[in-house]
Design a protein around this ligand. Structure first.
Ligand SMILES: Nc1ncnc2c1ncn2[C@@H]1O[C@H](COP(=O)(O)OP(=O)(O)O)[C@@H](O)[C@H]1O
Ligand SMILES: [Mg+2]
Length: 251
């Protein structure tokens, strides 16, 4: 069964794109067939792997290009449909269409089913049309949260919107991932994690948390995933653990 997972969070800089890239690479290393889709005009996920692409997700959404044509191989078991800095123009082009939030799902469903084990979709830091399209196309959504700024308000806003979508599509929360965990703020962060897990199991917080690790940033500059860039780093260790935990949950 193909699992489609959106990485979403209203805030920027929390590790969405980093998680999409390295969880994707981690799953591919475990032999899973993975498609990454970049739905953010910042195109950070795309630049983790490539900086030149002929086609992009905007053209898939308008129907100018097929999913097949827009899909690049960026590694063993790992494919990518990149984004583009001008994605907003394509967003505007589809904004008047009927069921405009359901365009991505319709475009990719047939193509991905059976071909991939996992589809991971990276989204912009706001709940606009691109994020809605990602969520409508997904079975699950994962929310990265920066440990120090763990906020129930932020989580509950997104969960509220996703619950509405869920009534239509069956979308489910995959879980919260604590990211950019800072050793120096251990007390606070651990308390937040413990509270989140204890007080509400519905948040499905992953046991693994991702430590602050500059290698993750450096890897992106070199257009590499963390396993290719520095397999001995904390970043590689953490994303490997998160990968195994995801497989434990979803197979
Ligand atoms: N665990 C981490 N440790 C250190 N830097 C990180 C970590 N996760 C992400 N970053 C860096 O922080 C910045 C924001 O991360 P990013 O994944 O792009 O967040 P988002 O997609 O939520 O905006 C990027 O420069 C990235 O390299
Ligand atoms: Mg991002």
């Amino acid at each position: 069964m193909t699992k489609v997972i959106t990485i979403a969070q209203n805030k920027g800089g929390v590790g969405k794109s980093t998680t999409a890239a390295n969880l994707g690479a981690g799953l591919a290393r475990q032999g899973k067939k993975v498609l990454l889709i970049d739905m953010d005009a910042q195109a950070n996920l795309s630049t983790c792997f490539t900086y030149e692409a002929k086609f992009h997700i905007g053209q898939v959404l308008t129907g100018a290009v097929s999913v097949d044509e827009a899909t690049l191989s960026v590694g063993k078991n790992l494919d990518l449909i990149p984004s583009v800095k001008t994605l907003l123009e394509f967003e505007e082009a589809i904004s008047g269409k009927p069921r405009r939030e359901d365009i991505l799902r319709k475009a990719i469903k047939k193509y991905v089913t059976g071909r991939y084990d996992y589809v991971l979709i990276d989204t912009p830091p706001h709940l606009g049309l691109m994020t809605y399209n990602a969520l409508y196309a997904s079975d699950y959504y994962i929310m990265p949260m920066q440990s120090e700024f763990f906020s129930y308000d932020g989580i509950d806003t997104l969960i509220g919107h996703c619950n509405n979508i869920s009534e239509d599509t069956g979308l489910e929360l995959g879980g919260i991932v604590l990211t950019r965990y800072n050793e120096k703020k251990r007390g606070l962060a651990l308390q937040a994690i413990a509270n989140a897990i204890k007080s509400d199991p519905d948040y499905k917080t992953f046991r693994t948390y991702i430590r602050e690790n500059n290698k993750l940033f450096e890897a992106q500059l070199k257009h590499k995933d963390i396993f290719a860039y520095d397999p001995e780093s904390n970043g590689a260790e953490d994303y490997h653990k998160l990968t195994l935990e995801l497989i434990e949950r979803y197979g």
